[in-house]
Design a protein around this ligand. Structure first.
Ligand SMILES: NC(=O)c1ccc[n+]([C@@H]2O[C@H](COP(=O)([O-])OP(=O)(O)OC[C@H]3O[C@@H](n4cnc5c(N)ncnc54)[C@H](O)[C@@H]3O)[C@@H](O)[C@H]2O)c1
Length: 441
């Protein structure tokens, strides 16, 4: 089946190992049922490795998993990470050594984005399944490498797109599948990062394109995956604009980082990491090993990613999307609307605002020539709108879910990253970029 514009969806599934993507969760469950536990390791013991794929697994999945190794290039952080996770397993600063000595059969990758590719390749080459954090890759060459590595390995990659598993995002999927708004023709999608969370990207390694791929990839991969999934379609072509308007060299003054900053009294973005004992032990106390400043200045000259982005994306089913990200807003959240032949589905979900109001996602289905229906949403519990808990249960317990909620694999990982990679290239080269010119599918 050809979905148009040269992107063959089924062909990609076949070559990228898509058919095998469901296998990871059942295998974990099978190990538990026979009394065995999967040998489990993590590379990258920062906040995500500890908080999402470390400590909660010790607490809730010890019957199906045995921690056999932790690895981080920072020798101090890997020890802090081990204590925070609460395990006694060996620690390593070299991934190959961990894979060879600890012999895990499942590796979670929670390193800096641009290093995922090397970790994934090393694991697959040794017959180890991979659970990788998003974004799977940060450029098209890495994408080709990962797909090729999986193809020859007989093992699986699962990409941890937790946003899909938030109940409100499932509700959107169900309404679209129901046909209530007819055939979707276009999508309006605006994502807002506030002056706290948005600024934090510019303090950390994310501010460097060579580490995060820019927010086009690091952040937007979540949103592009949601849209691919909601629409059940592939991106075909992307046109984009992006610029640095507020952070980095656009700032009025700067210093290396917040702690010693002479401008702290007058800087609205000043952030005192010493107020968090957890972050001090995970980052400040580990600075001497790698020089990484977790409270970096948002106005550093080396910021080389845009903070203001707009894109138009064309999809394989004829849908078009207008998409934007703004990173220094008084609100944190998004608005998304699906325009269809019979009506419109509209969601406003501001999880935080600068004034004192509760987070209240609002969802409406509006019928052409008809009424407006408010969609009742269940209260979200847990991280990322409730998505984190469901995702972990799906991976480690193989819970029953409808077909459209099965675990995303390398194909989904590739397609979401490629949308952002195409947007970045379009921004750089001032031309529309086709997905098919990035990765041969
Ligand atoms: N799905 C989500 O909602 C979500 C949320 C947060 C972070 N993430 C992802 O999780 C990953 C980790 O993010 P984080 O916030 O924990 O970052 P972090 O900076 O806190 O941790 C990254 C860790 O990786 C280590 N590292 C870097 N390169 C390495 C390598 N080659 N080998 C071994 N260790 C290496 C660093 O020393 C650091 O300890 C990123 O890919 C990020 O995009 C996903």
């Amino acid at each position: 089946m050809n979905d148009g514009d040269g992107v063959t969806r089924r062909g990609f599934v076949g070559t990228a190992g898509g058919a095998a993507l469901l296998a990871l969760a059942p295998r974990v469950v099978r190990a538990a049922a026979t009394g065995g536990r999967r040998r489990y390791a993590i590379v990258g013991t920062g906040v995500r490795g500890i908080g999402m794929w470390g400590a909660p697994l010790v607490a809730r999945y010890a019957d199906v998993l045995e921690f056999v190794g932790l690895c981080d290039v920072n020798p101090l952080r890997v020890e802090v990470g081990r204590r925070a996770i609460g395990v006694e397993c060996p620690t390593f600063t070299n991934l190959e050594e961990m894979l060879d000595r600890a012999k895990p059969d499942l590796l979670t990758v929670t390193t800096v984005d641009a290093t995922h590719v090397d970790c994934i390749e090393e694991a697959l080459a040794r017959g180890v399944d991979v659970l990788t954090e998003k974004p799977m890759v940060t450029d098209e060459e890495q994408c080709r490498r990962v797909l090729a590595a999986e193809r020859g390995s007989g093992r699986n990659i699962v990409v941890t797109f937790n946003y899909r598993y938030a109940p409100k995002h499932q509700k959107i999927k169900e309404i679209l599948l129901s046909g209530e708004i007819g055939t979707v023709t276009s999508v309006d999608f605006s994502w807002y990062l506030d002056v706290h969370h948005g600024a934090d990207y510019f303090r950390r390694w994310h501010r460097l394109r060579e580490r995060s791929g820019s927010l086009w990839v690091h952040k937007a991969t979540h949103h592009f995956d949601l849209v691919n999934w909601w629409l059940d379609a592939d991106p075909v072509e992307v046109s984009a604009l992006g610029s640095l308007r507020h952070y980095g060299s656009r700032g009025p003054f700067r210093h290396s980082n917040c702690r010693p900053c002479p401008h702290k009294e007058r800087c609205a973005f000043h952030w005192d990491i010493t107020k968090s004992p957890e972050l001090v032990s995970l980052y400040v106390d580990c600075e001497k090993a790698d020089g990484y400043l977790r409270d970096g200045c948002v106005f550093r000259e080396d910021v080389n990613i845009p903070d203001t982005m707009n894109a138009i994306v064309r999809y394989s089913n004829g849908v078009s999307m207008s998409y934007s990200v703004n990173t220094f807003m008084p609100i944190e959240g998004y608005r998304v609307a699906f325009n269809g032949t019979k009506g419109r589905l509209e969601i406003r979900d501001y999880e935080r605002q600068s004034w004192d109001v509760p987070a209240e996602p609002e969802m409406f289905v509006m019928a052409n020539f008809g009424e407006r229906r408010k969609v009742e949403l269940e209260e979200a519990k847990g991280g990322h709108g409730g998505g984190d808990d469901v995702l972990r249960d799906l991976v480690f317990r193989g819970i029953d879910v409808p077909d459209y909620m099965r675990l995303p694999g390398s194909r989904a990982g590739a397609m979401s990253c490629l949308t952002g990679i195409a947007a970045r290239k379009s921004m750089d080269e001032a031309r529309p970029v086709r997905i098919a010119e990035l990765v041969e599918v």
